[in-house]
Design a protein around this ligand. Structure first.
Ligand code: SAH
Length: 396
């Protein structure tokens, strides 16, 4: 059966914090009525198997096939039994997005354009460093937040990605890189810092990140899986109670007027409230700290005065500061701060007691740097309605 106008049932976010398992409804594939098994995390998959009268441990078997053996053909999952495989093939599928293009930078950075059903696409980037390899993953096609210094915002917003489309980016990158070759892992860290605001797509991002963490999935430690947000406070609070991952907050200014100019969401969630949410986030679990991202833009937020104010704002919070030189893109009014300014800024905050690193720009020759990811935002019809829906989500 072909669904022409699929209505995706709301997925409930899943947690394996405190081993609490909650149930999930089956999301239906956009092209067929089959359930995509990659739209579930372990708890959801267990519930799915129970719902068809099977033992929940089938979930473990399927996850191992998909993530440990890179096998996505249900027919080849030999420990499931022929009858179950046949039944599964009629009601379910394992559907991944597709790599449309791969670009490799001279510095080793790799960028993929990953396409989804309906013609949308996002970019996923792999950044190798001597001791780690970071994969930057997207959560939405486009973004509704409209941050003035980010090229993704300028493209508008098309839709949320599904869990399978998010975890599919990691799966495809792992395959393309030969992830586990010679017993060595190519991807050691995943950051939700590609296109989109992950906390505005909570119900798909949570099961996807749960699969990144789960040993039956990619098995990354909590500190190696980072969710980056522009500062959606209700989402930060929900995240705290849902899944153990690292949190990054895109701060970009220590005072409200400058931050609102850069991140319009700041009007709704100003700095003082955001700091309270961050401090609640770290106080729950002793080991947690927050990474603050701060893009340095010439003459906007890079004055020594801003650095001093930043110290006051962050010094009592277990945190790290990631200074990002602004990456220009066509049509932007902003420029990157000078090397001297960046150095001076870093010195002030470090003298003030903060831990601050300056992020090296990588993959410049293939436009793979922060805020330069574009993808392909299709079906712009009803764009204003889609953005309105996202805004309603923000307001709720
Ligand atoms: N919406 C999320 C995740 C996506 S952006 C968030 O805001 O955190 C990932 C990071 O890249 C953010 O810190 C963002 O502010 C930063 N960024 C965006 N555009 C940039 C640019 N042109 N130059 C440098 N950093 C940029």
């Amino acid at each position: 059966m072909v669904l022409t106008d699929p209505i995706l049932p709301r997925q409930r976010s899943l947690t394996f914090l405190d081993s609490k398992l909650t149930t999930t409804q089956a999301p239906v594939s956009a092209v067929t009525s089959r359930v995509n098994l990659l739209d579930f995390d372990e708890a959801g998959l267990r519930a799915f198997f129970e719902s068809i009268g099977e033992k929940p441990f089938r979930a473990q078997q399927v996850l191992k096939w998909v993530f440990h053996h890179a096998e996505t053909d249900i027919g080849a999952m030999t420990d499931l039994g022929i009858a179950l495989r046949e039944q599964l093939k009629s009601i379910a599928e394992i559907k991944l997005p597709e790599i449309l293009r791969e670009q490799r930078s001279i510095d080793g950075t790799v960028k993929w354009l990953i396409g989804f059903h309906g013609g949308n696409a996002v970019e996923t980037v792999y950044i190798p460093e001597p001791k780690r390899g970071t994969l930057c993953v997207s959560s939405q096609v486009g973004c509704a937040l409209n941050c003035s210094f980010c090229s993704t915002g300028a493209q508008g917003f098309a839709r949320n990605l599904t869990c399978s489309e998010i975890i599919g980016q990691v799966w495809l990158a792992a395959q393309a890189l030969g992830h586990e070759r010679n017993g060595e892992r190519r991807i050691t860290n995943v950051v939700m810092m590609g296109m989109g605001e992950p906390l505005l797509n909570f119900d798909a991002v949570m099961p996807a990140m749960s699969l990144m963490r789960n040993d039956l999935g990619f098995g990354f430690a909590a500190k190696r899986v980072t969710l980056s947000t522009a500062g959606l406070i209700p989402g930060i609070n929900r995240l705290r109670d849902t899944l153990d991952v690292a949190l990054a907050v895109s701060l970009h200014a220590p005072v409200d007027d400058v931050r609102t100019q850069l991140v319009p969401l700041n009007r709704k969630y100003p700095i003082a409230d955001l700091m309270q949410a961050c401090s609640d986030y770290v106080s729950e679990k002793h080991k947690r700290s927050v990474t603050f991202e701060y893009t340095l833009i010439d003459g906007v937020n890079d004055h020594p005065e801003h650095a001093h104010k930043l110290v006051k704002l962050l010094r009592r919070l277990p945190s790290k500061l990631n200074l990002i030189p602004f990456n220009p893109f066509p049509g932007t009014k902003y420029r990157c701060s000078s090397q001297d300014r960046i150095k001076e800024f870093q010195e002030i905050v470090m003298r003030g007691g903060l831990i601050a690193t300056v992020r090296k720009t990588r993959g410049e020759d293939i436009d793979a740097a922060c805020g330069q990811l574009v993808g392909k935002v299709m079906d712009r019809t009803k764009r204003s309605e889609r953005i309105k829906l996202q805004m309603a989500e923000i307001a709720s």
